[in-house]
Write a protein that binds this ligand. Structure first.
Ligand SMILES: CC(=O)SCCNC(=O)CCNC(=O)[C@H](O)C(C)(C)COP(=O)(O)OP(=O)(O)OC[C@H]1O[C@@H](n2cnc3c(N)ncnc32)[C@H](O)[C@@H]1OP(=O)(O)O
Ligand SMILES: CC(C)C(=O)C(=O)O
Ligand SMILES: [Mg+2]
Length: 524
């Protein structure tokens, strides 16, 4: 038995059957190219009888990529389907026709209304017919024909064995065992494949394949159980696209086999570094977004925010990662800074951004970071730069510190600010003021508390990161007795950033003893 698992990708056929995921010929060609680059062994390009468009797409893919991958087309057990598939595929160097017929009692009785004997006869006749058509090409010695007993996982085991044995005898070189409705569980599916291996006399003349659907979220687990039992082909799709809850995800199967090679003892031809780019392409073309926590290709698949994990990762990546992100096409691990992060990860990022902070500045920056992380879901590098710059520039003596502030504004309200500031000697002073707007009111209030009158000469607000919860940076200048002082503040709240900036400028002025007039009222 080969130790290389054949990857049969059906993104362009079963994947396309997902509602809303139809692709036109140009899109199918683009995906087919990506699948070839990914190293997929067999590409099921479509169902040629379904529409002239699908016929054309399969034909073009066969002509363009049939020398690099095996190109396959689907057909029901009907001559017109097989003729159509062969018509689309006959120019391909490497070609396969996939013929299917349901075998379970439910499908026999209610859908096909065919007795067991008729199912067997039709399947055998159509496999033979397919082989005959393909053998008409002089270079094809053994026609590459796959047969699928649809809904195999719900088919009586002895009847399944009979169909599989007779279709292999008729010429099928691959027998695919579909769990069409995602009904199987791993142990159950292992037993189905094992039963076929033990009870089908000619099973060694064909490759056993799995085709698992994800209705119970078990498609990948069932496919792996199939491999353990002896299957040597897996049918799968990019991003797990496919009917209802989808098919087994190619990227998950490829990485499970690679990561747990120690256990499965098999390999694949998949160029795993292309998994992310292929996933992104399929998502873009079909419009089906990949969930953030999707295994292998999701945005969070290699992201760590928790401080304990980040600390472990900084010492040794394998503490919290079983795969290298580069092996699936990610640039690297993403240590996301957020409210669960700790000092180790924060220090690592601050240093990588080129800062060499004193222990005291680092501590202050870390506290500011945690406070910001409580307000903002994710902290980006630009946030950290703004925050550290703000922190280092606030190493100016803090004559006054903000304890809290409150502003009121609206169409029918006089803008008002109430502030509580703490003096460096410990006094706490409260005051309130009105102004043209909440920012102006807050500035006036600070001047009253600090006992300084200043003229605002410059005021700028800009967004320093992206998203709804972006940081706003306020930079301003004030004129006190002809001397200009600058201040900067950063917050998700622009009023808070304005208050920080104004107070910073006032503190600078106080350090130079500018504009000070004793605040008799407050006794400072
Ligand atoms: C499990 C799977 O994923 S199977 C693949 C499913 N994919 C698709 O169905 C997508 C493409 N399908 C199509 O474009 C259309 O359904 C077509 C062109 C294949 C058929 O269209 P229609 O002729 O209008 O038939 P319709 O889809 O309504 O019904 C299916 C017919 O195929 C028959 N049928 C279903 N499976 C098979 C089979 N494996 N072999 C032979 N006949 C089959 C049904 O009994 C029914 O026959 P009837 O028309 O004689 O009653
Ligand atoms: C056509 C067959 C293989 C199929 O898609 C299924 O049974 O799910
Ligand atoms: Mg399917």
């Amino acid at each position: 038995m080969s130790d290389v698992i054949t990857f049969f990708d059906t993104t362009l056929r079963d994947g396309e059957q997902s509602p809303g995921c139809s692709m036109d010929t140009a899109e199918k060609l683009e995906v087919a190219k990506a699948l070839v680059d990914l190293g997929v062994d067999v590409i099921e390009a479509g169902f040629p009888i379904a529409s002239p468009g699908d016929f054309e797409a399969v034909q073009k893919i066969a002509q363009k990529f049939g020398d690099q991958s095996t190109i396959c087309g689907l057909a029901r057990c009907r001559k017109e389907d097989i003729d159509s598939a062969w018509g689309a595929l006959q120019d391909a160097q490497n070609v396969r026709i996939h013929v299917f017929l349901a075998t379970s009692a439910i499908h026999r009785d209610f859908k096909l209304k065919m007795a067991k004997e008729e199912i067997v006869r039709r399947a055998v006749d159509m496999v033979k017919y397919t082989c005959d058509q393909m053998a008409s090409r002089s270079d094809i010695v053994t026609p590459n024909v796959e047969f699928s007993p649809e809904d195999a996982a719900r088919t009586e085991l002895d009847f399944l064995c009979e169909v599989v044995e007779k279709t292999i005898a008729a010429g099928a070189t691959t027998v695919n065992i579909p769990d069409t409705v995602g009904y199987a569980t791993p142990n159950h599916f292992f037993k189905v494949i094992s039963y076929l291996k033990e009870n089908v006399s000619n099973i060694d003349q064909a490759v056993i394949s799995t085709h698992c659907h994800n209705d119970l979220g078990l498609a990948v687990a069932n496919s792996l159980a199939g491999i353990e039992a002896g299957a040597r082909q897996v049918e799968c799709t990019i991003n797990g696209l496919g009917e209802r809850a989808g098919n087994a995800a190619l990227e998950e199967l490829a990485m499970a086999i690679r990561t747990r090679g120690d256990y499965y003892g098999v390999t694949t031809n998949i160029n795993t570094q292309k998994l992310c780019s292929t996933s992104r392409l399929v998502s873009k073309i079909t419009g089906m977004a990949v969930q953030r926590n999707k295994a292998i290709v999701g945005q969070n698949a290699f992201a760590h925010e928790a401080g304990i994990h980040q600390h472990g990762m900084l010492q040794e990546r394998t503490t919290y990662e079983i795969m290298r992100p580069q092996d699936v096409g990610y640039v690297g691990t993403n240590l996301v800074l957020g409210k669960h992060s700790g000092r180790h990860a924060f220090r690592d990022r601050v240093e990588s951004l080129g800062y060499d902070l004193s222990e005291e500045s680092f501590q202050k920056a870390f506290e500011a970071f945690i406070a910001l992380a409580d307000k903002k879901k994710e902290i980006f590098d630009v946030d950290i730069v703004a925050l550290v710059d703000n922190q280092t520039s606030s190493e100016i003596e803090e004559h006054w510190k903000i304890k809290n502030f409150h502003t009121l504004s609206g169409t029918e309200t006089i803008p008002t600010a109430t502030l509580e500031l703490e003096h460096k000697e410990g006094n706490i002073v409260q005051d309130a003021a009105t102004g043209d707007g909440p920012v102006d009111a807050a500035f006036k209030c600070m001047e009253r508390v600090a006992g300084i009158s200043a003229k605002l000469t410059d005021y700028n607000v800009r967004s320093v990161s992206s998203g709804k919860d972006a940081l706003g940076e306020v930079s301003l200048s004030i004129d006190i007795d002809g001397v200009i002082f600058h201040g900067k503040g950063v917050s998700t709240d622009v009023i808070e950033a304005s208050v920080q900036a104004y107070l910073q400028a006032l503190n600078k002025a106080l350090s130079q003893d500018r504009g000070r007039r004793r605040n008799e009222k407050k006794g400072v």
